[in-house]
Design a protein around this ligand. Sequence first.
Ligand SMILES: [Zn+2]
Length: 460
Amino acid sequence: MKKFVSISLSLMVLLSLLGVSNVKVSAQTHVTDISSSDPLAVKVNYLISKGIITGYPDGTFRPDNKVTRREAAVVLGKTFSLNGTKRKTSFKDVRSSDYASGYIQSAYEKGFLNGYGDGTYRPDHYMTRSEMSYLLAKAFNFSATKNYYFIDVNPFAHYYRVINKLANNGITVGYTDDTFRPTRKVTRGEFAIFTARALNSSFRVIKDQPSPETRIVKADWLNVRKGPSTSYSSTGGLEDGSRVNYYFKTGDWAFVKGAGYEGFVHTAYLGMPLSIINGKVITLDPGHGHTDPGAIANGLVEKEVVLSVSKKLRAYLENAGAKVVMTRTDDSRYPSLSERVWIAENSNSDTFISVHANKHSSEDAHGTETYYNYYSPNGSDARKLAEYIQNRLYKAIDTSNRGVKHGNFQVIRDNYVPGVLVELGFISNPEDAKKLASDVYREKAAKAIYLGILDYYKYK
Ligand SMILES: [Zn+2]
């Protein structure tokens, strides 16, 4: 008797929460246990207003309660207005008298859900987040064009495909620790969020998927496996020096793609991430030289200052894997302006940086500015490059910001390579000159230009 009471009570609660019983429950327009400022509230209210879900008779929604497979089928059935008439089902454990039999059978016939291999549906089992993903991906016929990754969703797992479809369609971004927790039981709150997003695009979200890092294999032979441990089978091997794209890490294992393979490799055998400018060719042009000293003031000679800064900049760029071409490395000769352009173009450079320092008849003139040329063949890229460099440079050396300007200089005007001309500061201004004389500030300037170049390549 006692057992019977508890069963019928739980059935009552179930029936009323799903709003499918003959026990009349007034639809709760506002549930009492979700604050109106909670982003969940608007989604729950949306689904209630569409008659897809209801709260409990006491006015609560209980968002942390789990969802049974029976309840999930009913929500789906209502979402798609499936035939909910109780009837015989294809599952041996769902009787026709089950209040959800109609929805379960209709959803099954539509191909939205599957049972288990033994012919059961297990309606009282709680639904996992991966099962829910399968259900929604099927029911909403989601497709995927891009690969999104969660650190606990193995791309070789059967549920990867459906979870990826949800991510592609703005239904999930996972948790803040980059997990999706596929085996966790889905809660009523989560199920409401996912269903609302699936139904209404204004609720959808965009998952951040950073571009992969490039890494080099540092082992004679590195096994690529189907999961993050040596117990998974190998799909192949990578040779020493192979270059791979590194997508995510779980424990000591990284999911990588490269050399025709994809899978998990142990991170101990991968080198450090390669910089975004690895392999880029960059021409550095220290202004003036030899017979042309450039500006002279306050004990400084421009050709020396800019050569010193350029050499420091070269070191930053080469450390990051860039190939640096210099228009001059010493003061032994003066390359003409057209020769400087030729060097950049002939080396197939990606960018061209000319380094200068300024002079004015008034010693009051001061500050940093960066030039590009509107009319140069790649003027818009050049402008971006100038903006990124200028934005880093004046802050790093604490000079006034004279901004990014169009300038009619031959080395950036007649150049197919996107180029800029940087004026570090005014040699003729005592304060700027003090910085330009200082090795510490030259280092800061070089690093800032380097970081600006990185910013530019990230933007590209
Ligand atoms: Zn100059």
